[in-house]
Design a protein around this ligand. Structure first.
Ligand code: UDX
Ligand code: ADP
Length: 482
């Protein structure tokens, strides 16, 4: 039994831990929150005086950090100290897909979770509630429990330690995380220990109505998280699979989405066609589901879910091939402007961004890419594309592609053969077609992989347009010319 909660620690100051603790601190001024991370650069950025240097971009985050930081919200490298002080510890560390060993390419790599559990078992004092916050494959809480239990059962330990483990998955969508945290659709708490569940629920009850707080056992909670993401990803893959059919037949995907989404049983959300889903969760969660199904011999189920990931990758391949085909089958040495590198608008997160696959394919074909994104840094692009090439550097051959980073759109279009819209940032919805048609090399192309540009406006200029789920847009202006 834990008394009044005075001190909460979160291991991992990333896209989940940072915003989640910030909102909790904002809503619970009487509790002290310490967010710890082993990465000194991340912690330094969270503590930067200049709030535009926060390590993650999330609308509304700066305001909350300004209000709470160094009052009841602290960012620190001192993992040991803050574990010792805490009544509740959230584990919010990264769980990427394993690249080697058993389950490589499907199962999550739990090494950071394991390290965190070992740190907790070593340093925690008294009774501690450990909350699993990262997306984890089903039954990981059991692993955490086992590690923690070894310490509490240790006869030689002088501290009497007691741990309970809860699963409290995050359902925040990047770019909208602060709103999602302030007014969640639901809060899910899974566990066996009623008293610990009530303690955590009482914290959320400070701003979330009790009907929205659902309690389940550990496994239902973990599985629900995977399945929610799998269902959302499935909708994106379903609508994206229809884009190709629309392009062939003359239907418009936006009309189809609208008509389908107005059916109350289906609903309007997650029907926006695009270059495929990205982000840290969808692919990982579906692959975890695939792995679990295979483990239990449910191969048909695993194949079914795996196809959601396959369609996603197919969409990126398809779009790259369309770009290549429209540019006369060769893009070697051609200048292509990429608008958007984050996996969606309003975030600087690039994990699994569809831009990565498409840029790689275009570079492979020899294109010179100019990449622009309002929030992503050159370093992030270097990490993802695995090279730091400058367009002015000498290349080994004309067929070797290249990329360079562009800070502002002012001169980006000069002599460009094509512009590819990859992310739905609002500034790309209203591009200056006059400048584009003046500066680009003819025949100039716009490939709108998000279907966001104003087609009737763009058609007034000497530009060729292709839009996802609409295909090639006839340009009346061009027709008159030739
Ligand atoms: C997701 C879940 O929404 C969230 O609940 C979970 O906790 C974490 O994973 P996130 O990855 O931040 O959140 O983004 P989300 O808004 O779900 O978008 C995922 C991807 O799907 C993005 O690449 C987005 O561009 C794409 N998408 C989404 C579409 O292509 N079309 C849509 O209609 C919606
Ligand atoms: P997410 O999107 O799940 O928040 P991130 O990669 O953005 O994932 O953040 C996870 C953070 O957890 C990283 O900043 C990483 O340095 C941190 N981390 C991982 N393991 C540990 C650990 N054992 N102790 C402290 N911090 C950790």
């Amino acid at each position: 039994m834990i008394g009044e909660v005075k001190n909460i620690c979160c291991i991992g100051a990333g896209y989940v831990g940072g915003p989640t603790m910030a909102v909790m601190a904002y809503k619970c001024p009487d509790i002290k929150f310490n967010v710890v991370d082993s990465n000194p650069i991340r912690i330094e950025k969270w503590n930067d005086e200049d709030l535009s240097n926060l390590p993650i971009y999330e609308p509304g985050l700066k305001k909350i950090i300004k209000k709470c930081r160094n009052k009841n919200l602290y960012f620190s490298l001192d993992v040991e100290k803050h574990i010792k002080e805490a009544n509740i510890i959230f584990i919010s560390v990264n769980t990427p897909i394993k690249t080697t060993g058993i389950g490589a390419g499907k199962a999550s790599d739990l090494k950071w979770v394991e390290v965190s559990a070992r740190q907790i078992s070593k340093y925690a004092k008294g009774t501690t509630i450990v909350v699993e916050k990262s997306t984890l494959p089903v039954k990981t809480a059991e692993t955490i429990k086992q590690i923690l239990d070894t310490e509490s059962n240790n006869l030689y330990s002088h501290n009497s330690k007691k741990f309970t483990v809860l699963s409290n998955p995050e359902f925040l969508s990047e770019g909208n995380a602060i709103n999602d945290l302030l007014s969640p659709d639901r809060v899910l708490i899974g566990g066996d220990d009623k008293s610990s569940i009530n303690t955590l629920a009482s914290i959320y009850k400070k701003w979330v109505s009790k009907e929205k707080i659902i309690t389940t056992n550990l496994w239902s909670s973990e599985l629900s998280k995977l399945i929610s993401n799998a269902f959302l990803a499935q909708r994106v893959s379903s609508i994206n699979s229809i884009t190709a059919l629309c392009e062939e037949t003359g239907a418009h995907i936006q009309d189809v989405s609208l008509a389908v989404g107005l059916d109350k049983r289906i609903g309007e959300k997650f029907l926006e066609a695009g270059p495929g889903f990205g982000g840290s969760c969808f692919k990982k969660d579906i692959l975890n589901l695939v792995y679990i199904c295979d483990y239990y011999g449910l191969h048909e189920v695993s194949k079914y879910w795996n196809s959601v990931v396959e369609i996603n990758e197919w969409q990126q391949k398809r779009i790259s091939q369309i770009i290549l085909k429209k540019l006369f089958g060769t893009i070697a040495g051609k200048k292509i402007v990429i608008l958007g590198f984050s996996f969606k608008a309003n975030t600087n997160d690039t994990r699994n961004s569809p831009s990565i696959n498409i840029c790689k394919k275009l570079i492979e074909e020899g294109a010179n890419l100019i990449i622009y994104d309002p929030k992503v840094t050159i370093k992030q692009i270097q990490d993802e594309l695995g090279c730091n090439l400058n367009i002015n550097n000498k290349k080994n051959s004309d067929f070797e592609g290249n990329w360079s980073f562009c800070k502002s759109l002012n001169d980006a279009f000069l002599k460009a053969d094509a512009v590819v819209i990859m992310t739905e940032w609002s500034e790309f919805k209203d591009l200056d077609f006059e400048i584009m048609s003046r500066d680009m090399r003819k025949p100039a192309w716009i490939f709108d992989a998000r279907g966001i540009i104003n087609i009737s406006k763009a058609k007034l200029y000497d530009l060729n347009l292709w839009s996802v789920g609409n295909g090639m847009i006839n340009n009346d202006n061009l027709k008159n010319k030739f």
